[in-house]
Design a protein around this ligand. Structure first.
Ligand SMILES: [Zn+2]
Length: 266
């Protein structure tokens, strides 16, 4: 079984030729089928426009699929308390499986008090909050907000909060592994380490870094498989993880078991 806990249905440069959300969802299904991916979590964006569907639009559009879940993007600048109120209803109805904070894209630290209401909601309903960490896929991002070390504050101050550090904080993977090692409530997904496909040398470099992270942080109860599709290619990603030198039981944890439990996927 394979769970990809990090995909997008926004219209990026790469998917400009697919203007309709419904068609991008079909594209996602085709990709999932051809790569034997059983379930995927779609992350809604930090902004809503013609290229970036709202959480509500995604909820409506995925009704006909039983293999998709949603992590709802929440921002200080573009969302209100009313939005959070609606999110709470959707969480109760099982339509939202996680929240997503876009640190770096949005210029606030993850420990900014303005996000506390989101963390409180996640704790109340026992759903994880995902954070963008590391390089931003936009020149407008500000890196000091997306450094993985910032999540240490959130993890320590909210011991009951389940935190997912997206992209292993790349390129600050050493910082990321310490935050993961120290805080039992911090998980990490391996998504978005490459744009498109891995080439031979980059793949080896990233494989060594992930191996170092696992050696340092220990048995990967925290590690989640994710790609960042369509920014990263699913087939290239499966090749990448297939070559990771890890025990069978750890591989199962990475590919689906950890995500199944964390996101409560039945
Ligand atoms: Zn992403």
């Amino acid at each position: 079984m394979i769970i990809d806990c990090h995909v997008h249905v926004n219209q990026y440069e790469l998917t400009k030729h697919v203007p309709l959300l419904e068609d991008r969802l079909e594209m996602l299904q085709t990709e999932m089928t051809s790569n034997n991916v059983d379930y995927a979590i779609i992350l809604s964006s930090y902004k809503e426009n013609s290229e970036r569907p709202s959480t509500k639009q995604i909820i409506d559009a995925i009704k006909k699929y039983d293999n998709l879940g949603i992590a709802a993007g929440f921002t200080i600048d573009n969302h209100t308390d009313d939005d959070l109120k609606i999110y709470r209803e959707w969480i109760k109805e099982g339509k939202i499986k996680a929240m997503k904070i876009y640190s770096g894209y949005e210029h606030y630290y993850p420990y900014d008090k303005q996000y506390q209401k989101v963390y409180d909601t996640c704790i109340e309903f026992d759903i994880p909050v995902m954070f963008h960490t590391g390089d931003t896929y936009s020149e407008k991002g500000k890196l000091r907000y997306s450094r993985p070390l910032n999540l240490d504050d959130v993890a320590v101050d909210n011991p009951e909060l389940k935190i997912v550090m997206c992209h292993l904080g790349n390129p600050w993977i050493q910082d990321a592994q310490e935050v993961i090692y120290k805080n039992k409530n911090v998980y990490a997904d391996v998504s978005g380490l490459v744009i498109g496909s891995f080439d031979h040398f980059f793949e080896k470099m990233m494989r060594d870094k992930v191996a170092e992270l696992i050696n340092y942080a220990g048995e990967p109860r925290y590690l989640l498989y994710g790609t960042d599709w369509p920014i990263s290619n699913m087939d290239s990603y499966l090749n990448f993880v297939a070559k990771l030198n890890i025990k069978k039981e750890f591989r199962d944890n990475l590919m689906y078991k950890n995500a199944k439990k964390l996101f409560k996927i039945s």
